[in-house]
Design a protein around this ligand. Structure first.
Ligand SMILES: N[C@@H](CCC(=O)N[C@@H](CS)C(=O)NCC(=O)O)C(=O)O
Length: 212
């Protein structure tokens, strides 16, 4: 498998964690987002959205981190990243989508670049924007997880799932915007547990070969 990604991209980090939890090897093809490699013709031929990650398996190009992780789950079911029960799976997907659908897209590089270049917002205003939406989503996740009996060492029980895989990279990203995790003690505890696992720790952005 070949993973097109960028060390600091949280969507790429998600897929690296999933591959690692499933014990799957891959070759990394760095796409330098700040340099604009995602908009080069040869990359757009693979992913016309001009976003990372993209995973190539068996000659097929897969895009969108959630779709890629669901593909990996179907193709390599063990260890499972989703629970066995349909309602539990819907819960885990809902937690994952709070991050992947409602927090991450409005704080993405291209959005921050639009705020800077088109709306001419300064560093402080851009950071305030990112913090606003991250804290909004983290507040919802904290409320969902803190007293729920399904919450364990991780977002769902005592094994990592897609929910943790989405949460941890978003917490990494939130550190750039000085989000105070003290306000989200359940998320902070789960994050700490995840970071004890090599799949999360070794795939962290600063440990990637393309890290700057
Ligand atoms: N929903 C997509 C989001 C992908 C995405 O936004 N990737 C970011 C990095 S985390 C990117 O490639 N940004 C490039 C840009 O904004 O130009 C997924 O989950 O794969």
């Amino acid at each position: 498998m070949k993973l097109y990604g960028y060390f600091r991209s949280s969507a790429s980090y998600r897929v690296r964690i999933a591959l690692s939890l499933k014990g799957l090897d891959y070759d990394l093809q760095p796409i330098h987002l700040r340099r604009g490699d995602q908009r080069a013709m040869d990359y757009l031929a693979r992913n016309p959205q001009g976003l990372v990650p993209a995973l190539v398996d068996d000659g097929k190009v897969l895009t969108q981190s959630l779709a890629i992780m669901e593909y990996l789950e179907e193709r390599f079911p063990e260890p499972a990243l989703l629970p066995g029960d349909a309602a539990d799976r819907a819960w885990v997907r809902a937690l994952a989508q709070v991050v992947a659908c409602d927090i991450h897209p409005i704080n993405n590089l291209r959005i921050l670049q639009y705020l800077e270049n088109d709306l001419e917002l300064d560093d402080g205003a851009r950071a305030a924007w990112a913090r606003r939406w991250i804290e909004d989503g983290f507040g919802a996740l904290e409320a969902m997880l803190k007293d729920d009996p399904r919450t364990g060492d991780y977002c769902f029980g005592d094994n990592p799932t897609l929910a943790d895989i989405c949460l941890v990279p978003q917490i990494f990203n939130s550190q750039r915007f000085a989000v105070d995790m003290g306000r989200f003690p359940t998320l902070a505890r789960i994050h700490e547990n995840c970071m004890r696992l090599s799949a999360f720790k070794d795939q962290a952005p600063e440990r990637q070969p393309d890290a700057e």
